[in-house]
Design a protein around this ligand. Structure first.
Ligand SMILES: *[C@@H]1O[C@H](CO)[C@@H](O)[C@H](O)[C@H]1NC(C)=O
Ligand SMILES: *[C@@H]1O[C@H](CO)[C@@H](O)[C@H](O)[C@H]1NC(C)=O
Ligand SMILES: *[C@@H]1O[C@H](CO)[C@@H](O)[C@H](O)[C@H]1NC(C)=O
Length: 282
């Protein structure tokens, strides 16, 4: 079959941009080889770049392509055709394929403020036909995204503040489990008003728990709207080292037999000293 090689010719003119697309050659022999990029791992709230290079599937010496699509499973997540861009619900203001990069063959998808639910397999495509009825998607690359939650240990003295990182603006709830308890209780929910004990930073994704006490010891979990853990913080509340040393000294004061023994030693010395004083000539 000689149609293995297909040639598409476009004439795309974008008035205000540098994408003067003249010809696009699709070499279908490249299309069969599924391309899998190494997985990308990121912690929630950070930025992930899913690699993509459309030059890998299109023949040499082709001019810029202006129509790229990114899908997660069957759902389109992001699409850019020239200056026109579209993003799926749940990805609003978080996904981008920069226009400057696209022209040079780089169709990498930037996901900002990555959510736990963003994890999964993503696929990129170029759309190679001008007219809607004949549009054809050409698969470029597939990449798996792993999203990890945050885990940390914190230690505070009584009366100090604990600043809990919420990591993303999508964090919805904070729950707490006291050290020896099996119960979880709500500490904070998005849109809650600040209180004497809790202060949400107006801009940063931070929640301050003020003036912690021993009862604040335990596990704090930051959850997203679906109840998935974004972060887990173990808090221990300890007196400072000076206090601890004093406590240890108090604890190490001899008791029982040991105390009685040292007491008799003191008594014996006192008797010997007195005897010596009374009979200095001995
Ligand atoms: C492709 O674009 C992404 C994000 O726009 C960038 O991080 C990456 O470095 C670029 N890759 C190359 C090879 O230029
Ligand atoms: C918590 O549990 C530990 C051991 O599991 C125990 O030693 C401690 O006394 C308990 N504390 C409280 C406040 O119940
Ligand atoms: C530790 O606590 C004691 C008494 O509570 C206080 O006087 C001292 O300044 C504290 N030390 C430090 C390093 O904060």
């Amino acid at each position: 079959m000689d149609i293995m090689k297909t040639i598409h010719i476009f004439f795309w003119f974008f008035i205000h941009q540098q994408c003067f697309l003249i010809g696009l050659l699709v070499d279908s022999s490249h299309l069969s080889s599924a391309s899998e990029s190494p997985p990308v791992t990121v912690t929630a709230g950070n930025r992930a770049v899913l690699p993509c290079s459309w030059k890998s599937v299109l023949a040499e010496a082709t001019p810029s392509v202006c129509h790229v699509q990114w899908a997660k499973r069957a759902d389109t997540v992001f699409e850019r055709r020239g200056e026109v861009r579209w993003e799926a619900d749940g990805f609003e203001d978080r996904v981008e394929v920069p226009w400057e990069e696209l022209g040079s063959g780089n169709c990498s998808l930037i996901i900002s403020d990555v959510q736990i639910g963003d994890a999964g397999r993503y696929e990129s495509f170029v759309v190679v036909d001008g007219t809607r009825s004949q549009q054809r998607r050409v698969f470029i690359q597939s990449v798996k995204l792993f999203v990890f939650d945050h885990k940390s240990h914190e230690s505070r003295r009584p009366g100090e503040d604990l600043v809990l990182q919420l990591h993303t603006s999508h964090s919805y709830r904070v729950v707490f489990q006291a050290r020896n308890s099996s119960e979880w209780s709500d500490v904070w929910m998005r849109d809650n008003k600040n209180t004497q004990h809790l202060w949400k930073h107006p801009l940063l994704n931070q929640l301050t728990i003020k003036n912690v006490k021993g009862s604040a010891e335990g596990t704090y979990k930051v959850l997203d709207e679906q109840g998935r853990a974004v972060s887990t913080v173990q808090l221990s509340v300890e007196e400072n080292s000076t206090d601890r040393r004093i406590q240890q000294m108090i604890r190490s004061v001899p008791t029982g037999d040991a105390a009685r023994r040292s007491y008799s030693l003191v008594l014996l010395s006192a008797v010997l000293v007195s005897v010596y004083l009374m009979f200095p000539l001995f």
